[in-house]
Design a protein. Sequence first.
Lengths: 552, 552
Amino acid sequence: MPESPLTVIPLGGLGEIGQNMLALEYEDDIVVVDAGILFPGEDTPGIDFAIPDITYLRENRDRVRAILITHGHEDHIGALPFVLAEIDVPVYSSRLAHGLISVKLRERGMIRDARLNVVEPHTRFRVGAFQVEFFRVCHSIPDAMGIAIESPLGMVIHTGDFKIDHTPIDSQPMDFIALSRLAGDGALLLLSDSTYAEVKGYTESEQVVAQALDRLIGEAPGRVMVATFASLISRVQQVVDSAVKYDRKVAVVGRSMANNVKMARKMGYLDAPDGVLVSTRDAARLPNERVVIMATGSQGEPTSALVRIANGEHRDVEVEAGDTVIISASPIPGNETLIAKTIDSLFMRGAQVYYSRVEMVHVHGHASQEELKMMLGLVRPRYFVPVHGEYRHLVAHASIARSMGVPASNTFVLTDGDVLQIDSSGADVVGSVPAGRLYVDGRMLWNMYSETLDERRRLSRNGVVAVLLCVDEVTGEALAEPAIVSSGFTDLDESQYLFGKTAKIALQSLETETRYAIDWDRVEARVAGAVSDFLYEQTRRRPTVLVAIERL
Amino acid sequence: MPESPLTVIPLGGLGEIGQNMLALEYEDDIVVVDAGILFPGEDTPGIDFAIPDITYLRENRDRVRAILITHGHEDHIGALPFVLAEIDVPVYSSRLAHGLISVKLRERGMIRDARLNVVEPHTRFRVGAFQVEFFRVCHSIPDAMGIAIESPLGMVIHTGDFKIDHTPIDSQPMDFIALSRLAGDGALLLLSDSTYAEVKGYTESEQVVAQALDRLIGEAPGRVMVATFASLISRVQQVVDSAVKYDRKVAVVGRSMANNVKMARKMGYLDAPDGVLVSTRDAARLPNERVVIMATGSQGEPTSALVRIANGEHRDVEVEAGDTVIISASPIPGNETLIAKTIDSLFMRGAQVYYSRVEMVHVHGHASQEELKMMLGLVRPRYFVPVHGEYRHLVAHASIARSMGVPASNTFVLTDGDVLQIDSSGADVVGSVPAGRLYVDGRMLWNMYSETLDERRRLSRNGVVAVLLCVDEVTGEALAEPAIVSSGFTDLDESQYLFGKTAKIALQSLETETRYAIDWDRVEARVAGAVSDFLYEQTRRRPTVLVAIERL
């Protein structure tokens, strides 16, 4: 074996589902797999999304040789505009991912400077010290790839997101033959998708969904609406197939899905006969029983097409009795309540609603336990690192690997930033590099330790009360009654009486503080404290109290 | 049939899971079933809980004869202190529910004036025009009852919350014989629990959980912690039984669970041999493999025992490698993320964690579809009203009733406040009464249309910026630079520069507005608008902008 070690550094996607990014290093060469975003949860209110902290790549930018992309989902490509703005490096991806990345970079005026390369499966290419080859896997987007990265120390297999579907809608099953060829007598290292490592058995084939959708569309007495993820082209294909079969037209509502459908059709990933896809307006002129509407909003996103339809707020589509609505997705954790509300609203408007809890209208895109075992059995890695998952998923996947014969000492449950070094003597975590989330909030960027989010959480629970005092700079005496304004704390009726008393408390506190010496920062803090205590005593709530003292 | 109609008015629990309350009326007599609270969700930040709006009962208080309680869960008894404070009426409940209600009223100094009655199953008693009899059902708390209410028009069966468990832990299965006797040749009306009407098949028996817990506790190498709902006495019983079997002691951590265990043991609902239950301190002195800790926190509640343990913040209990943690509960929708974080934290501290997704460590307390059919088959009602559930659950249950032969025209999917009238000619919804939620927030009470919650949601997304101006009352000129304070909007570094410019914008807007005539409300609104537009242009975010102008 060569003397230099191979280094593995996950920079995102370990400990969370999303913002996937991993660096592989050998001597002077770094190759990066994926550059995704993380969608916000209820614990990050107001945030648009998170991107990985790439301090480490920035500091080593001269050594970064390439970014390899496994597939075109946002949690694998969404951070590219941010990364490429800082590091000029070629990107390698499959054809559909290339299309999606191009759209993204074009929107930001970055396409001209980007070095994007399309990679076909089985094409070997060199990146620094590494030989790279993509191999086909199944996932909930076409053209998803696993990546074989041959290092001087041996073969590294990164599965990307995958499941094993023997009968996928696009007739492109996982390429077991390529994978077993690449793994040879056993790979050095396997990095494998852990998202569904908790789930026993096998993930069902997309064909199961096709059958359920076909039956529901065939039996529907009137209009059908199908909501799913904007990027789930295979689901669109299933709906188009059934629509053709039952002589219906398909209208796509929602900008992101319409764009994806257009591009997928142009690039040959969606097979829709001419005339089947119609505009929403044309669909409105057809009898209800000849129409299928495809829409975004399967996660109950407040501004999505389906949610606006459910709330009677959509410009072009109104739901009515006799309509059949199919939510062809399962809830991403945290979205359960939003989805439930959307379903309830649709029922209240008279629609018949089918969703994953009552009909088999969705299967997810990740391998369950038996498929993960199959992957481990094919690759037979010496070392194993579960990737893509929250901590418990990584732990569950590590336990599966042990059950497949990978020694516990060769299995590493890492978190973002951990530095795993593999050499001829073994493998070990030798340190860590900066890693974490950067939150994108409008045009602002927070690091994950920013107090801004804590402040928002507190505001959301208790509201805010702002107290303004105009005082004489010299004497410290108030020149008028304090002004008090608030939001999210109490109703107007109650506030009149309460804030009258609050103003008095603020004045008393001001007088006590300014009697001897005046340190205005201290005075503001003391007034805020007194007001906070008073409001708590009155209401058993502690709103955020903001105090400003204007000295005149 | 008598000429007067029987009237059914759900006042809570239809369209939501929680705050259950239903009124039955015949002529001058009203009888109420349950008086529960609704636990807050992510859409009601800061709220302690909701109670039903009892305007209708208040306006008819002279006719309210009794409140009948099906069982002792908070979503069935939690609103009693609020209701009894306004309406002096006797309460009838089973023995354990009586114990729990007594604790609640005693804490609030209301026990002396309350008229609480313990009812044994099979004991008939008269309430106005109604004859009432409780019958035993299974649920996730001992002593759960369905209620048979015989009206002059016929028998009304209210199931309460129920499931059919032939082998419950307390050996008290559902009393089918009483139920079929009460239903006679078919009841007039069935009101039945819809919480799990979406779920196919049967809910598993508690015995399945007992086996899983017994195996996990038996195999655990070190200390075991079991987290579940504070009121789930049967789960505590299962753990105590296994602890005895494997020669372990049980310590209960968390005030609410400790209180419940103490009362359940005193009242004979928990069978724990002397010496098995020990204090946390005594447990700390025992070898780890002789200890089971039972704790609250199965929903990831931030202040619960388990979460503090998981975060290393608990005074008495520290989790360590070798510990086994069992989360013996399934997530209540909306809590998924909190629970997942707790599990991850426990894994990171080296514990082996088992939860409902990976082991059969919980079954819920509500009937699935086949049990609901069994209930419909036993009661054979002429009219059917699904209760206890969000709208889609009620719809699903109505569809089950139709499949069991109840005509669609006799099945009523109601929402809170609907007035259903049944007489000899049929049944129909004839109107509605005020109903809805009142939010309890510390000492404050909001109605559900309060803007306070909208304001909190907005604050949580974008934060707040307060602009404070001191001006000359006559000329309208500013006497100093505006003071700007904020929370949850931006980091301090960024704010220095941004707020400098914001102050200038506020001044400009003030000058423009006050140049001609001064309407101070209008000025404040215009300044707020100008500041909001400026901040949006700079950051693509619209924080809540509060403006106060002090006129001197």
